[in-house]
Structure formats: C-alpha cells, structure tokens
Design a protein around this ligand. Structure first.
Ligand SMILES: [Zn+2]
Length: 323
C-alpha cells in the first residue's frame, strides 16, 4: 500500500486477550519462559492485507465532514476496576463524533481504558471481547461506524469480576460490560456538537528509549520478538495530533493509570484522547515507584523499565508543546 505515507497512519490494538499472538511471546513455554514463537506468519500477512484494504477503502470514500467532541466522566466502577490500586484509574471516556455535511452520521471514535480480557484463560475461541458489544450498541444507536482505541489500561485496569468466575458467567458478563460501555459512548455522542473544525496538525517522532529487561532481551535474541533491541535501547514512535480543539496522543504500550494521568497533564487540548498500544507494544509502561513495589511484580516482567517510560514522557512533552 503506497497511497498514504506510513508515518500518517496510526495503528492501535484493542489488546484482546482472546486473539492470535502478534508479538511472538505467547507461544509454547516452559513455565513462564516461551521457547517458540506464537506468531502465525500466514495470519500476520492476512491481517496486514486486511488493514491495508481498510485504509484504502476509507481513503476512497473520504468526504467533507463535521466533527464534534464530548466526554463521559460518569463513575464506571460497577464495570471496570483497577485490581492493583482500587479506585485509581481513568474513568473518562472521550468520544469523537463525525457527521457528513448533510448531517448523516459517519463515525464514532471512542477512547476508554479497560483490558479486553473478560473471557479469561479457559476460553479457546478468538473473540474481540467486550469491544464487539460496545461497537454493536454504538452502531445500532447512532448509525455511525464505531471505532475504539484503548487507554491507560496497564497494571491492572480490567473488568469487575473475581478471577475464579467460570467461563459461562464470563460470556454473559462480556455482553453486559460491552453494552454498558457502549451506552456511555452513545450518551457522549449525543452531547457532541459536530461543526467545522479549523486545523488538523499531526506530529510524530521516532526515537530510542532505554530498555532494561533481561528476560525480554533474551527472548528477543531467541528470535521470538521480531524487532531489534541492542545496547539497552529500543526504537519506538510517538504521535500527537490535534483536530480542532481536541488533542490525541499515542503511547507505545500499556500505560499504568499513573502514566496515563501524567501524559494527560502534558496535553492541553479541550478533549483529550490517549491511545494506548499505539503503533507499538513495549509492554507495561510504569513509573519508578511501581518498579520498586512488589505488588507490580508481574508487570515488571513485561516492561521496558521506568527509564524507558521517562524517555517516552519527555518526547511526549516535546510533541505536545510544539502544538
Ligand atoms: Zn495487558
């Protein structure tokens, strides 16, 4: 696909835990140590073709549009919780509403933080988890195409269910969760006032971030992670863009709520969109205080380390300051 410059495209994964392994570290393992890639190359090629097709199709259908923004800041703790630090997570859902100039709905873009892992470990079927049900509600009620990007979902923002909940109950809950979140998105959509937006500015920066994780370094050297990690550094990318008064940024992994809140403090748009797992997945993005806290032992094993996160936040500050 050569129609669009690659740096003008931003890919985000919803991070469903019921999807194929696109990273390579979720294949067969001895204990916690993977020894064989979980990536299926045929699937990866097919997926990339589908993405290219989607971009191409969207581009061929472009049209003048009116855009509006709104947030839903209602308490969602009946559905979504932070199991590491109860009550501390970003409950704000940000929504971008796109209408045609004739007033017909085109798209609803929703940004909210929650791990799509409701179906948990005994599910063997591929599933988009709650995101599917969110899309269904949004599309039925607005008539627009629903798009979703996850937020600061790391360590550990997830559905409000005890670990031991059986799969049958989870299948019921996943619908309820998606419907509830979809309904919050619809209520924000209804508040958004689409209008002509002045100015779309996009900035991005590729840079090297410190990488301090021996286990992941080893796994990369086994060839399970198909990317270059050398001399304690890993190359990644950040995007920041404005559409009218709204501001969007990407973070290249799974920010913990504290990192998400820091990132939002560095932003100055009226409505803020924080896209986690944006254009990259460097695992959990955590601060020094988390690294030193035994409660975050698991997250630390799948993280580039807090020095990498500081480098990311410094780059983000530069990009958002530049306007
Ligand atoms: Zn995760």
């Amino acid at each position: 696909m050569r129609e669009v410059a690659p740096e003008r495209l931003v890919f985000c994964s919803t991070h469903t835990h019921s999807g194929p392994d696109t990273m390579g570290i979720w294949g067969p393992a001895v204990g916690e140590a993977p020894y064989k890639t979980g990536r299926d190359h045929e699937y990866m090629e097919w997926m990339m073709e589908q993405i290219a097709l989607g971009v191409s199709r969207a581009r061929s259908r472009k049209q003048p549009a009116l855009i509006g923004f709104a947030e839903n800041a209602e308490d969602k703790s009946e559905w979504v919780i932070n199991i590491r630090e109860p009550g501390y997570h970003d409950q704000t859902m940000s929504v971008m509403r796109v209408d045609g100039v004739d007033g017909r709905p085109i798209a609803c873009f929703t940004n909210f933080a929650c791990h799509p892992e409701t179906l948990w470990e005994h599910n063997t079927l591929i599933s988009p988890d709650y995101v599917h049900h969110l899309h269904k509600v949004v599309e039925e009620k607005t008539g627009a195409v629903s798009v979703f990007a996850n937020g600061a979902l790391g360590g550990m923002v997830t559905m409000s269910l005890p670990d031991e909940t059986p799969l049958a109950e989870r299948r019921v809950f996943v619908k309820k969760l998606g419907k509830a979140l979809g309904q919050f998105a619809v209520s924000a959509w209804e508040k958004a006032k689409p209008g002509v937006v002045e100015g779309i500015v996009h900035r991005h920066e590729r840079f090297f971030a410190p990488f301090a994780n021996k286990q992941l370094f080893f796994v990369a050297h086994l060839g399970l992670i198909e990317r270059e990690i050398k001399r304690g550094k890993v190359e990644t990318v950040l995007h920041a863009w404005r559409i009218g008064a709204a501001q969007f940024v990407t973070l290249p992994g799974e920010p913990l709520p504290a990192v998400g809140f820091r990132a939002k403090e560095l932003m100055n748009g009226k409505t803020k969109f924080l896209l986690g797992l944006g254009d990259d997945e460097l695992g959990y993005l955590m601060m020094k205080k988390h690294e030193d806290d035994p409660k975050y032992h698991y997250e630390r094993t799948v993280s580039i380390g807090s020095a990498g996160v500081e480098a990311i936040l410094q780059t983000l500050a530069r990009l958002t300051k530049a306007g």
